[in-house]
Design a protein around this ligand. Structure first.
Ligand SMILES: Cc1cn([C@H]2C[C@H](O)[C@@H](COP(=O)(O)OP(=O)(O)O[C@H]3O[C@H](C)C(=O)[C@H](O)[C@H]3O)O2)c(=O)[nH]c1=O
Length: 177
């Protein structure tokens, strides 16, 4: 399992070790010893899975402290563009984002610690699976509108299907206050 640092401190792109044979493949999608050895000590309290048709955008979402969530995300089927935005005011990369192509074929994963807004667009119908370092707490949910002009994220999808809730999320300027 390779842990690749990114331009956003604390965010890793993770390449699992794939074992292939005549039956198919096997890989470890999480191993606490490998994660701790690579600077990710957090443990996970909740697993989620969602299916999204092609052309959907979910996000940008986060939970406020003390229910902030670190996430380990991956794609079981299909392909997504996964986006993480640094919302830590003290961070040198505050307001910067990075995107990752996660697919059934490349089996890549991303770990984002607490302090990031997260979302993804679906380049194909996709089953998205992720581990969270904290449990769901609706009252602590926050977000930023996906098409904010200041963040200027290229989601690589046009006319996306977005939930009514996500269409009402605040702008980056409103989020910063
Ligand atoms: C997140 C969550 C939702 N729910 C319920 C609440 C709603 O009735 C329903 C759908 O929730 P929502 O529309 O917020 O689902 P997503 O838009 O996929 O939200 C996720 O989208 C982006 C990609 C994220 O990173 C977050 O993990 C999460 O916010 O599931 C739960 O019961 N537990 C949960 O942990």
């Amino acid at each position: 399992m390779q842990f690749l640092k990114t331009k956003l401190p604390g965010v890793f792109e993770i390449i699992p070790r794939i074992f292939e044979d005549d039956r198919g493949y096997f890989y470890e999608s999480y191993n606490i010893e490998l994660f701790k050895a690579n600077g990710i000590p957090e443990e996970f309290l909740q697993d989620n899975q969602s299916f999204s048709k092609k052309g959907v955008i979910r996000g940008l979402h986060f939970q406020r402290a003390p229910f902030a969530q670190g996430k380990l995300v991956r794609v079981i089927k299909g392909a997504v563009l996964d986006v993480v935005v640094d919302i830590r005011p003290e961070s040198p990369t505050f307001g910067q984002y990075e995107s990752f192509l996660l697919t059934e074929e490349n089996k890549k994963m991303v770990y984002l610690p607490e302090g990031f807004a997260h979302g993804f667009s679906t380049l194909e119908d996709a089953i998205f699976s992720y581990k969270c370092t904290n449990v769901y707490h609706k009252a602590s949910e926050g977000g930023i509108i996906y098409n904010d002009p200041d963040l200027n994220i290229d989601w690589q999808v046009s006319n996306p299907v977005v939930s009514d809730k996500d269409l009402e999320l605040p702008s980056w300027k409103e989020f910063k206050g």
